[in-house]
Design a protein. Sequence first.
Length: 485
Amino acid sequence: MSDPTPLTSTLEERTGLSATDLAPPPPPGATEPLPALLPPEGVTATRVRDVVARVAQVATGRVDVSGVVGSAGAALAAAIARAGRRVVVVTADLDAARRAAEDVGFLARGAPDDDAEDTGEGEVLLYSAPESSPYAEVNPDRRAAMARMATLFHLAHERPWSVLVVPASALVRKVVPRKELSRRADRIVAEEEIDRDALVRSLSEAGYLRVPVVEDPGSFAVRGALLDVWPPSSEAPVRVELYGNLVLSMKAFDPVSQTTKKDAPGIGQLWLPPVREAILDARTAARSRERLTQLAEMIDWPTTKTRALVDDVVNGRAFFGAEGYLPAYYEELESLLEYVPDDAVVLLEDPASITRAARDELARAEADAAARRGPSFLPAAFIGLLANSYVRNELYLRLDLIAWALILGGFAMLAIEKWPPKVEVKDAAETPIWRAIGVGAFQTLALIPGVSRSGATIFGGLALGLDRRAAAEFSFFLAMPTMMA
């Protein structure tokens, strides 16, 4: 006799409850639905290709796209670039610019260019503006200047690029004129002849340092038939082998061991962008000397101080506040957008944040300029505003007053030299506010015809405890806002 078949039943048959009914309750929040992929009611979603097509139809004007978050802006910039238009992406700050450059590089080429900021090479370029205003008393950052010049050189010579990413502060600051970089087409081509002496001279004018051994970007060395140079556009220094004036080969080498690898590929062409914003050829050196000398004469700046300042500027020496003298080298500085083609598309990632960043940059520059000249400008500005009409119409007609002012001014300077007060301030930058205002009060005497402005301020500085050097420097900085007021 066979075994009987066992009778079975399911839990649902026994209890009348399904598996869903018997399951434990989910934790709080787990039942919330995923965010909707469709736009809210009344909002139309637009594909990237449709935005690109709309941009292509608009030669001039503006196309507004809202709701762009995350990497959507980078995707849009990459799509416009693939369509054949060059794109300038403007971000609020440098960190956002770096992120955008990485995203655009990945979406446009499949891989980000990590060295775009330093070398100024590639399809996606990143231009980083100076971190300090031109009025700040800081030493210029040579590495940052090299990176900026490499990018400007790339743009000036219309080398291939698709997307330029810049922070808002880069559009506020003016840069070296494009024509100055366009005329400097320094490059070395393999199996072609070069004028080695002219090239060495051009490298020195462009800011390259001549050293025994090339170990840092922005330097070069000449050793017999070898020319070692490290332009900022290269990741490693390059060794140029010459036979007379003929370039036999160019290969990258290790800056530590100073040796080239046997299997290192040859370089066919090497561009040599300037490494300094002040290009010191004969023309720019003469212009800077003339402008600084004229300004010093206008404000009666002491001859020894003028000679030292002109010597520093003409020779391109790095000193605190050197970036503020860039306008002395060129006829006129230009906007960064002068390097961009007219048909380029400017993409503002976050217009509101960009506007705030630009205003903050301008406010910081104004604050640095005000801090540099100090509150000593206020007395002359206030009294000059109130007494402007009286000084011009009455005092300027008094020849006897002018004569007495010249005589008394001479005696005053002789007296302060013979009986100098106790020196309490040796650095103009450390002048207390009350002394700065006091020097400004002495400057108001220059409203009287025949009174030297620099003489009055230097006399006031000496009388208030500044030493000669500090008083002369204070007089020079105080002249800037006074002459322009």
